[in-house]
Design a protein around this ligand. Sequence first.
Ligand code: ZN
Length: 303
Amino acid sequence: MKVFDLHQDLLYYIIDNPNNVSILNEYKNLNIDKFVFAIFPFRGFYKILDVEEPLIYTLRGIEIAYEIEKEFNLKIIKGIEEFDEGNIILAVEGLYFVRSTYEVRIMNRLGIKVLGLVWNKDNLICPHWNSKNDYGLTDLGYDVVKTAISLNMTIDLSHASDRTFFNVIENFKQNIFVSHTGIREISNIKRNVSEDMIYEISKINGIVGIAFADIFLSKATLTDIAKYVSKLIEKYPNTLCIGSDFYGISQEHKIENLSKPNDLKNLYLELKKYLPDEYVNNFFYNNAYSFFKRALKFSDVKD
Ligand SMILES: [Zn+2]
């Protein structure tokens, strides 16, 4: 079992309790070869959310990621040449400080390769999934996505509104993915993607990471999830991936036996009951690997 996890809120997990970072010592044994390290641009959560300084929090998050790289002997992937031996892909979860494409270029120089357009609060790029006013991808948003793709960055549509999702899919045909989501057919909220949306992503060689929490998958057990996800994997063998979100989920929303990196082997064994090894390995690793390899190499021919 080799794991490529499309979404880990590790920063959020360690920010109030730096000792939690020791979990990274286990990653090599757990065969977590690569993961996306999400930088949450706010401090606090919900009632105590500090929305004033997203740039500052993002910059601090980047610095913490580089400290982690040194301390735990992991490698941040900043380009295709570091991809095979690298482990960490840096992501920003919401572009709340972006006012022009300059900020995108700066983020790229700092090693960010995933731009999550939005979190659970509207911004100048696009509205979030539960917005009262779904205005879709803005003109600035369009420029930001275009610039990012030309710099071999990727665009994460998790948390984005439906209109944004389709605006992006229609206008851009590469480097687009959804890092952590559930499935509307199981848990019918707009935070999740529908099977039709998975189909749309598959058509542009994108990927979709499945997150493990009851808000994403309803009150399903590990066995229910394996059964349902295995059917989806059969339909989309090159699209679905792990996007665990293990550290972004509060205790009451966790799924029993599927709430921490060490539990991924439970899912692995369960899926192998329903699927050939090749499909299970695609889901755990190969699909994400191929997507990022393509994205980091992509070259846009310009006139
Ligand atoms: Zn999230």
